[in-house]
Design a protein around this ligand. Structure first.
Ligand SMILES: Cc1cc2nc3c(=O)[nH]c(=O)nc-3n(C[C@H](O)[C@H](O)[C@H](O)COP(=O)(O)O)c2cc1C
Length: 190
């Protein structure tokens, strides 16, 4: 009898930036890795909210944290190999501003500049309502939309800061369903 071949999972990148909603990302990564090969990348600030250790255990691989050359490989180039989709969740106001203006001062921003939307890049801006509605943020998000970035809009609810308004990260199930729709998969929400 032929040994059964292990099906190669579709590779996606989950970029985590330093918003309070980062506490929900371990649950998302745990669910996504059932169907996807999940490479997590974190900004320095994201590591104040959730640890690389947690996300490394749940994704089953090292979390990428820096631009440093690793074993002769340049991370912002090598991590993009075979990638089919990038999710940024939560995306801070700061990261949206950097992306809109072409900054490349950490691994995640540099990698996105290199990628140039060659595969779907889904952004989940999540922040306090005033930060979200600030004209600077709105103009940055508009720039990104015009450049082909995909968005899952923030929810309106009671926010972690105690205020009620728009800025909450979409539900994990919504993010999961959006990724599945882009990649033509159907997942169970376990
Ligand atoms: C407790 C706390 C919660 C924060 N939550 C958010 C947030 O939800 N969204 C946001 O845009 N910034 C938030 N910030 C500010 C970001 O952490 C800050 O702008 C940081 O520089 C973002 O870095 P990064 O974009 O490189 O991850 C928060 C800061 C603190 C101290």
């Amino acid at each position: 009898m032929q040994p059964s071949k292990k099906l190669k999972k579709t590779k996606i990148i989950v970029g985590v930036t330093g918003g309070i909603a980062a506490y929900k990302i371990p649950d998302l990564v745990r669910k996504l890795q059932v169907n996807y090969d999940v490479q997590v990348i974190m900004t320095k600030s994201a590591q104040d909210f959730v640890t690389p250790t947690t996300l490394s255990v749940l994704s089953g691989k090292n979390v990428a944290l820096s631009l440093d050359v690793d074993n002769g490989l340049i991370p912002h180039i090598s991590l993009l190999q075979d990638v089919k989709l990038v999710l940024i969740a939560p995306m801070t106001a700061n990261f949206g501003a950097k992306l809109a203006h072409g900054f490349a001062d950490d691994l995640l921003s540099t990698l996105l500049l290199k990628l140039n939307c060659e595969v779907p890049v889904i952004l989940c801006p999540s922040m306090n309502t005033q930060m979200f509605l600030n004209v600077a943020t709105q103009e940055n998000l508009k720039t990104l939309k015009n450049r082909g970035y995909e968005f899952i809009e923030p929810r309106t609810s009671l926010l972690a800061c105690g205020e009620y308004g728009t800025g909450a990260m979409p539900e994990i199930t919504t993010i999961q369903a959006t990724i599945d729709a882009f990649l033509g998969k159907s997942s169970t929400n376990k």
